[in-house]
Design a protein around this ligand. Structure first.
Ligand code: ADE
Length: 421
């Protein structure tokens, strides 16, 4: 076997990483069945893939499927605080996959790692946040000729890519994995809902019951988080800018109010918007003593941390994932995981059984690009409906759940317009 290049924190963690990867795989039956299929059909034969994803046990199992399909895969981290160093070590040491990822990487190292993955001259890019696409279009345009297409995992990335496409700047086709129903209905809602609370609990060891818990943003992630926070006994407030979503949150039974009003009464506030400075100076000025703030949206810009730093006379670190900002008027505000994705920085990200479907979309989306790149426009494309439905069926099968099918009479009825009142 040829030597591979990699940059990980500690190769000695490889055995522990492999144990965790295998533990996750047991909860990823769709990926298991795709591994069998890909091993036989080799839909990614001789395809170089660079994937910029959170380096977790679940991602390692996606990499295994791609390799089973015949791809040469290189991985780099999509967030400096989400890398699981033992998994990175196992990818390099046991699975022989080039990986560039260290937990806590600084800005320069993060971009050096991206360049390491791009040096493999990928034909397909897999992104979580569009950093590979962005780096290629800004600084590595010589790679564009060899690229067949890419996939995007997350809402924020899809928004960035649609902005590129709208400006005519996007130079290769992208499949928006995030928009598949088998992705965002489950990963964004149930995955973010559970893993965000997991992150908050591991970071703080707080009781959620009885707390006033504000969710900023009522997209799929916000819906899941509000639902789960209520399930643990919190009094949940939602803030929104979209009138339809605000109405939906109201009728889902949540209190809806402007962010600054929510800041006055909240014990915990979590941002899940994909936008910038949704917690800003005005919110810090209004916050209760002891308020805990966290972000579960993609980038660390949702909370205006520089403004909070500028207001503080002292910053202490009472626990690993908590910074406590002491304000001159005596109030203390706690920030979790430096405002980075709290579910991945303080916990392990979404559980494997939802990543099973998200990453099945990634694997099948990559194979789709391999087969169809000649006819795909340089635009953002949905995951084909057949792939989405196939993943839903596979997941149901593996859960042992059977469903009914329409009778011929019902099919005919749905296709007709004559029968009425
Ligand atoms: N995004 C959210 N959770 C994740 C996980 N467990 N692995 C990879 N990407 C993720």
């Amino acid at each position: 076997m040829n030597a591979i290049s990699y940059d990980v924190t500690d190769l000695a963690l490889a055995d522990e990483g492999l144990r965790r990867i295998d533990w996750a795989l047991a909860e990823m039956p769709v990926l298991q069945s795709l591994t069998d299929r890909f091993s036989q059909e080799k839909p990614l034969a001789d395809t170089r893939i660079a994937a910029c994803l959170h380096i977790t046990a679940e991602t390692a199992n996606l990499a295994r499927v791609l390799v089973a399909g015949g791809a040469d895969v290189a991985l780099c981290a999509s967030n400096p605080l989400s890398t699981q160093d033992d998994v990175a070590a196992a990818l390099a040491g046991h699975l022989h996959i080039p990986v560039f990822a260290r937990r806590g990487a600084d800005h320069d190292t993060y971009y050096r790692h991206l360049r390491g993955a791009l040096d493999t001259r990928p034909q397909i890019t897999i992104d979580d946040g569009a950093d590979l696409v962005s780096e290629i279009h800004k600084n590595r345009t010589e790679l564009l000729d060899g690229i067949l297409g890419g996939t995007e995992e997350t809402t924020t990335g899809v928004i960035r890519l649609r902005a590129m496409a709208a400006e005519g700047a996007l130079k290769y086709p992208i499949v928006a994995v995030n928009d598949a129903d088998t992705k965002h209905f489950f990963d964004n809602r149930y995955g973010t809902g559970q893993s965000t609370l997991d992150g908050i609990l591991r970071a703080t060891n707080f009781l959620i019951a009885g707390k006033v818990f504000t969710v900023i943003g009522y997209g799929w992630c916000g819906k899941g988080l509000a639902m789960r926070a209520r399930g643990m006994g919190a009094k949940v407030i939602v803030t929104e800018v979209d009138p339809l979503r605000a109405l939906e949150a109201t009728m889902d039974g949540f209190q809806v109010m402007p962010g600054v009003d929510a800041a006055r009464v909240s014990d915990i506030i979590v941002t899940v918007t994909g936008d910038k400075h949704v917690i800003d100076q005005a919110h810090f000025e209004a916050m209760k003593h002891g308020c805990t703030i966290a972000n579960s949206g993609h980038f660390d810009v949702e909370i205006n941390i520089p403004a909070l730093r500028a207001m503080a006379k002292q910053v202490l670190r009472p626990r690993d994932e908590v910074e406590e900002f002491h304000l001159p008027d005596g109030r203390r505000i706690r920030l979790l995981s430096e405002g980075r994705l709290v579910n991945l920085a303080a916990a392990e990200g979404h559980p494997p059984s939802v990543m099973d479907m998200s990453f099945a979309n990634q694997a099948m989306g990559s194979a789709f690009i391999r087969q169809n790149h000649n006819t795909l426009a340089k635009a953002v494309h949905p995951v084909p409906r057949e792939i989405d439905e196939e993943i839903a069926k596979l997941k149901l099968d593996t859960l042992g759940i059977r469903i009914d099918t329409l009778t011929p009479e019902q099919v005919a009825y749905l296709a007709s317009w004559q029968e009425g009142t």
